[in-house]
Design a protein around this ligand. Structure first.
Ligand SMILES: Nc1ncnc2c1ncn2[C@@H]1O[C@H](COP(=O)(O)OP(=O)(O)O)[C@@H](O)[C@H]1O
Ligand SMILES: [Mg+2]
Length: 416
């Protein structure tokens, strides 16, 4: 049986490609000539083909579209144009499995089809056919690591931990990027005192979606607030979450790994995968940013609040992460530990509760330290700047030091 080809190519190349496909002796056959991206995606989702041939300048073609094709089991051949060499780079950055120049005659058409057949026969997932990393700016060899800071609902202190751990890593000389990926109430920019409305994560996601996010572009989008600390601010209004699709964010994390040694992502609390509730798998997901960050993370800092309600939510949150297969490498932090709500020996009480109900024996405790945290908020600066000797800062600096230990083998491997 022949393999169906979906053809979304504009101009004179279309008939050359269609004829070349028809000369494959039945191995390939064009099942749909698509006028636009919507038609192409519909045909792919209807299972009409396993190969899509797509013009590099097809309207609205972006990373998400290529990912949707891949998810529908369709390999993507991008057709570039000699007069516009950047189209080829763009197609590669969008994740096309093969990028070819527009065939001008039947010989070139035949060669193109043979390459496409080789891609189909190479088997494996779409990724296995991607061009080698150095040709694709967004897939440079990854050096940096990603730490996602997550915690259940109830404001346990995710942002506080993310901001201060990032500041400590940067102060230790690590190039660090702090990212606000909370689609419910992101406030990192305000907490660190960024005055200007920066374009932030939505702009980075947009650029990545168009295959245009490289190191320079990400550097431009991430102001440096101290020598080694860059910040990618969040969405300014909570209703802008559809601007953060996971396919684009995955590319943002990849570029960030190349730009910085540590990427620290402040996540939202919600782990619900709302796509399961909807039959439309192309609908944007509100929690895509959090889920994509947790999937990308090399280590997840799980933050809970040191009161009975907070501990119960933390225990549930930990098992939720496990059920979703997220946070395989995790550090558990209990924040705002205090005697007034946990008894005379609050640290022991918290450790015992976590050991009994979550099997966690090594939680990191951060004491309740209202004066220092308030001073930091008031001045919109980090604890190490406003209260370097404070109990909360000392605890968070110790957490950062332990996180940073993970980088050592990676740094050695990159250097060696
Ligand atoms: N260790 C602490 N001691 C006292 N207050 C804290 C501590 N950690 C966080 N806070 C305060 O708790 C509030 C919520 O913290 P935040 O980091 O914004 O939570 P989340 O990001 O989880 O919603 C903030 O006002 C913050 O200053
Ligand atoms: Mg927060």
């Amino acid at each position: 049986m022949s393999v169906g080809v979906l053809c979304a190519v504009q101009g004179s190349a279309e008939s050359i490609i269609v004829q070349a496909v028809e000369r494959t002796g039945g191995r390939l056959s064009v099942t749909r000539r698509c006028a636009d991206l919507t038609e192409l995606l519909a045909a792919a989702e209807a299972g009409l083909g396993r190969l899509a041939v797509v013009s590099g300048d097809l309207d609205l073609l972006d990373r998400e579209a290529v990912e949707l094709l891949h998810r529908a089991g369709v390999r993507v051949v991008g057709v570039g144009d000699v007069t516009r060499p950047w189209l080829g780079e763009r197609l590669a950055a969008l994740g096309a499995d093969l990028v070819v120049m527009e065939p001008q005659d039947d010989d070139a058409g035949g060669a193109m089809v043979r390459e496409a057949l080789a891609i189909l026969e190479s088997g494996g997932g779409p990724e296995s056919a991607l061009p080698p990393p150095e040709e694709v700016p967004v897939r440079r060899p990854a050096a940096g690591l990603v730490v996602a800071v997550w915690g259940p609902t109830g404001a346990p202190g995710r942002t506080t931990v993310a901001v201060n751990v990032a500041a400590e890593l940067a102060a230790a000389g690590r190039r660090t990027l702090l990212v606000d990926a909370d689609t419910y109430g992101g406030c990192v920019a305000q907490v660190v005192g960024m005055l200007d409305e920066a374009p932030g994560l939505a702009a980075a996601a947009r650029a990545a979606g168009q295959g245009a996010l490289d190191l320079m572009a990400l550097a431009r989008l991430t102001p440096q607030i101290s020598p080694d600390l860059r910040v990618l601010s969040g969405i300014s209004r909570a209703d802008r979450w559809p601007e953060l699709p996971s396919s684009s964010l995955d590319a943002v994390w990849a570029v960030s790994r190349a730009l910085c040694e540590w990427t620290v992502i402040d996540c939202g609390f919600n782990l619900e995968q709302d796509e399961l509730l909807s039959y439309d798998t192309r609908a944007p997901r509100r929690n895509a940013a959090t889920l994509s960050a947790l999937e990308a993370a090399d280590v997840v800092l799980v933050v809970g609040s040191g009161d009975p309600v907070g501990i119960q939510r933390l225990v549930r949150g930990l098992s939720e992460l496990t059920d979703l297969g997220l946070g395989g490498t995790r550090m558990v932090l209990v924040n705002r530990v205090r005697a007034s709500v946990a008894g005379a020996h609050p640290g022991d009480a918290v450790q015992q509760a976590l050991a009994r109900y979550a099997g966690v024996a090594d939680a990191h405790l951060v004491p309740d330290d209202r004066p220092s945290l308030d001073a930091a908020l008031l001045e919109a600066r980090t604890l190490r700047e406003v209260a370097p000797g404070s109990p909360a800062r000392r605890a968070l600096a110790a957490v950062a030091a332990q996180v940073d230990v993970m980088l050592a083998p990676v740094a050695a491997a990159v250097a060696g």
